[in-house]
Design a protein around this ligand. Structure first.
Ligand SMILES: [Zn+2]
Ligand SMILES: [Zn+2]
Length: 194
């Protein structure tokens, strides 16, 4: 049986607003950050860059996750650029203490990302990541986590819907690499899309 691990996007859990989604609860389970921060109108074409030493083999799952959010939202586009200093979204592997919220070695927090418009996404380099394809026993599926964390970068909090990509945790040896209607509804509500 797969052991359940927390996604532990610690930063979100701390600043998430549990109240906002409540009046929408009858039809959905998504949530936003406190104050509903989002990318400003007119800033839907976002750039992203990888930190130094980001392994090439981990790039395609991230690109694929961006594609999911682009088509799911029907609004955002994502373009890779070289300079992580000036890119909107900044993606890197970090370990242990690294200047914001500490990682804690293998297990526990897998990754974390900041609400708009910060753009920072960190993956824990000490996790047993899997690039698939498909589920790999005892490993964390990298694309599934990338998809979840990009949701945070765009302004989504955790969903109360277990099947949603934005659910707060993922089990080892499982793949959750497609957005659900709950995830898509969340992003559309946040950005006023139909
Ligand atoms: Zn999360
Ligand atoms: Zn960090």
């Amino acid at each position: 049986m797969a052991s359940r691990v927390t996604f532990v996007c610690v930063l979100f859990c701390l600043i998430l607003c549990p109240a906002f989604g409540k009046h929408l609860k009858a039809v959905s389970h998504f949530s936003f950050f406190r104050g509903n921060p989002r990318w400003p109108v007119g800033q839907s074409d976002l750039t992203y860059a990888f930190g130094q030493n980001f392994p090439d083999s981990f790039v395609p799952p991230v690109v694929s996750a961006f594609d999911e959010w682009a088509s799911g939202s029907g609004y955002f586009t994502f373009s890779r650029v070289a300079d992580i200093v000036t890119s909107d979204l900044k993606i890197s592997f970090q370990r242990m203490s690294h200047g914001d919220r500490d990682f804690n070695g293998t297990g526990g927090a897998l990754a974390h990302a900041f609400a708009p418009t910060n753009g920072t996404l960190h993956f824990d380099a000490d996790e047993n990541w899997s690039l698939g394809p498909g589920p790999v026993a005892n490993a964390i599926d990298f694309k599934s986590v990338a998809l979840h964390e990009i949701g945070h970068l765009l302004g989504l909090g955790h969903s109360q819907f277990r099947d949603a990509v934005m659910w707060e945790s993922i089990s080892r040896g499982t793949v959750k690499d497609k957005l659900t209607s709950d995830d898509i509804q969340g992003i559309k509500v946040l950005y006023g899309l139909n």
